[in-house]
Each structure stands twice: as C-alpha cells, then as structure tokens.
Design a binder for this molecule. Sequence first.
Ligand SMILES: [Zn+2]
Length: 243
Amino acid sequence: MMVKSTDVKQTTNIPIYQPNPQQKNPINKKIKQESIIVCSAHNDDFVIGVGGTIAKYIQEKKKVTAIVFSYGENSHPWLKKQVVQKMRSKEAEVAAKILGCKVIIFDLKENHFLEDIKTNHRDEKLQKIFTSLKPNKVFTHSSEDPHPDHRAVHEITLALCASLPVHPELYVYPVWNALTFKTSNPSLYIDIKETFWFKLRALRAFSSQQIHIIYPVFLLLFRAFREGLRIHSRFAEKFFRLK
Ligand SMILES: [Zn+2]
C-alpha cells in the first residue's frame, strides 16, 4: 500500500526528512566564504576608496574586514588626543556598520607608521589578524599615493601578504588622487550601481571631517560615473591588481 507523506504526518511524530537545498550538491559544502581585507591608513580611506565594493561584497555574503592603521588625531590638533581618538573610532565603526563590514583600529602615529608598527608588538598583532582571516583578496593604498601614511600602509600590506602561506590577490585603490599606473597591471572594475548610495551614506558618518568632505563627494560621484562607463553600468570602482 502506498503511504502518502501527508498520511505519515498525521499518524506519527517521526520527523520527515527534508533535504536542505544547500546540501543537494555536495560541491556546495566545499565552497568557503570569501574573506577580504581592506587596509586603510586613516579612518575614512576604506570608505572613500572601496566603500561601494565593500557593500557589494557584503551583499554577496563575503566577509570583509577593514583595518584602520591610525585614528588620525592630527586632524583636530586643538582637541585632546583621547577625544579625537574616541570620535574618529566611533565614526569608523558607524561607517563600517552602514557598509556591513568589520573594522579593527590600530593607533599608529601619523607620519611615523613604519617606525611605530614595530613597537608594542603591533606588527605581530597585525600578522595574527592576517593569518587568522586567511584573506582571498587584500585591498590597500597605492605606492603612487602622494600621502606618506598611505604609502607606508602599502609597504606594510605587501610585507604582510608575502608572509602568508597562501598569497592573496592584492589590489590597490585610490583615495583622492587617481591611480595613474602606466604599467600593465590589470584593472578590476566592480559594478557598484546598487551600493554606491551606501558608500555616500557611510561617508556622512565622518561628521568631524565634513569641511574636507563636502567638495570631494562630487569627485567621488564623477569618478564612480566615469569608471561605470567602462563597464556599461551607472557606477563602478576601479582597482589595479598587483599580485
Ligand atoms: Zn588617508
């Protein structure tokens, strides 16, 4: 006699096996969540350079961690160091929440990143973070960036990536100055038409920087629009792949 599943439901408490759609294909089990690290000299660089891409990766269920190397307390020399640190770390946390990523903040002194990283075991702490996150992709500042702290972060990131047993893909991003590599480094364009507004909202979290940020929003809009044209989308972010 045939037993319908509905009959089983009515006559017994034995749970009926329902295959998990995720487990239908055994290959799915092997797919690991992609991990991405974005290295950022100051608390707002990761939003300015990679914000739309971070929000997009989060929508794609990837894990993104922004590492901010300094509080940037020199931005407000008239305020107490602790006050600025608290204010700027709060801003970074709010922005990261809007984008959906995690943020880890270090307290390197501005203009002294390369010396400071070697003190108080900061280099070991950073290495541990990289090792435990096992990044597939790492985004960092460009070696062509005019800001010395950005170039220092570039150098530190390169060394960290080289120390990993599996080398991640390494990309550079622009902050206010466009990437001008005249080399054959391949470009990566990420379509951010659906996440560009998250980037702008996240930027608004940096209220302490507003005097500096009002003008460049137009620059970001123009840049996202220009890169978007290259991939036939409304907005995009462009990166260069170094490794
Ligand atoms: Zn910066």
